[in-house]
Design a protein around this ligand. Structure first.
Ligand code: GLY
Length: 392
């Protein structure tokens, strides 16, 4: 059954005081985690509620460093800053030695760790690492089709595609243009989002997760899912990447047509929420389903709505802010971890990947915490308590 605005508004709202309490609970858990996760990073998802230590690999380690920076902002405690700075050195080494970076997720990795370090403390190694990462990402730009190739070796015909998640990698390029004065980074990002919007948005305003591009003509060919339930369904986190990704490009480009795109993609997300406002992992599933939830999708969408509300007319801004406050309250109530003995994560009930007939994923991190869910939950809470200056 379609969700309505009245349905969303019937969930209790929240105020800055409640957000601050939830943020304090999260910061206390982060503090306890520093001993294990300073010289190591957190695994992408928890196992039976607990993250395991890993090296600086995969696309997800920047979220934990971003969480530490948010804890530093919330408290001013130098222990957080010192831990985050140790991790910035790890990111510099990672990009210099090109460790596990043959993919497009440079924004997820370097915006929240290294750009954050530079913006918050003027850390020059953070700036250096993030600019190297922007250069590396720029190498994935394909002139034929005007997009950033997500995965695999660049130019590989079987991998000639973009994915919706990449919208969150674009701010690294916008930032690189601002810092260097070289427009080429931002132009690639602008071209990428134009191509992406041409192909991933369906007529009903749901989105494809991934879309192939013809390597000869540069024209979009067909969309398929990677992590969604069906090729034609809306993977909840993919739709959320769309919500926040469009808002972030609007922040940098102020392209008027993105307002309409944002509203369409976000309204689809809101209309397909179940009664308790915590999305199932794919919008094929609704209230009463026994399928797992993906709390991280809600946290990402909340951040996107709070960001975009800054630029909308009063009526629409109020609508998205009200929806975001209810969703965040639902996350605090139903998914916020209150007991470090039950989990060392911050946001329970996420899903990294769920096996289905039409995707190629194995079950991974099902009904577990994941590092990006934790990060966006903390970012959303931080946005509620102050006028937060973005790391993106
Ligand atoms: N960007 C990969 C994911 O959302 O799982």
């Amino acid at each position: 059954m379609a969700q309505t605005l009245e349905g969303i508004l019937s969930y209790p709202s929240m105020d800055a005081g409640e957000a601050k309490e939830a943020l304090n609970r999260a910061v206390a858990i982060v503090k306890e985690n520093l001993g294990t996760f300073t010289d190591h990073f957190q695994s992408s998802n928890s196992f039976n509620g607990f993250y395991q230590p890993t090296e600086n690999v995969e696309w997800t380690t920047g979220f934990w460093t971003g969480v530490i920076w948010l804890a530093y902002e919330a408290t001013g405690n130098e222990n957080f800053r010192k831990a985050a700075e140790i991790q910035v050195e790890s990111f510099l080494e990672r990009i210099q030695k090109k460790i596990d970076v043959n993919h497009h997720d440079m924004g997820f990795l370097f915006s929240l760790s290294c750009v954050a370090a530079y913006k918050l403390t003027g850390n020059e190694h953070g700036k250096k690492a993030a600019l190297l990462a922007a250069d590396h990402l720029a190498e994935r730009y394909r002139e034929k089709g005007k997009f950033l190739q997500a995965w695999g070796n660049v130019g590989e015909p079987r991998e000639y595609r973009l994915i919706i998640d990449c919208l969150l990698n674009l701010p690294l390029l916008y930032w690189a243009s601002e810092v260097t004065g070289e427009p080429r980074y931002g132009q690639m990002a602008e071209n990428h989002i134009r191509t992406a919007m041409k192909c991933i948005l369906r007529p009903d305003h749901s989105t494809y997760h991934t879309h192939f591009i013809d390597i000869e003509t540069g024209e979009p060919t067909y969309g398929v899912t990677h992590q969604g339930n069906r090729n034609g369904s809306a993977w909840a986190r993919g739709q959320a990447w769309g919500v926040y990704g469009i808002a972030l490009s609007y922040r940098y480009l102020k392209e008027a047509s993105y307002i309409d795109l944002f509203c369409k993609v976000t309204d689809y997300f809101l209309c397909h929420l179940p009664e308790d406002l915590i999305p199932y992992w794919d919008f094929d599933f609704d209230t009463g389903s026994t399928e797992p939830r993906d709390s991280s999708a809600a946290a990402i969408a909340v951040c996107g709505m709070l960001e975009m509300a800054k630029y909308l007319d009063e009526e629409r801004a109020a609508y998205y802010r009200q929806a975001a406050c209810r969703m965040l309250r639902a996350l605090i109530d139903q998914c916020g971890n209150r007991d470090i003995r039950q989990s060392n994560g911050l946001l329970l009930h996420g899903t990294y990947a769920r096996d289905s007939k039409e995707n190629t994923c194995a079950n991974r991190g099902v009904d577990e915490c994941n590092t990006w869910g934790d990060y966006f939950y903390m970012e959303a809470l931080t946005r509620m308590v102050k006028d937060w200056k973005l790391y993106w």
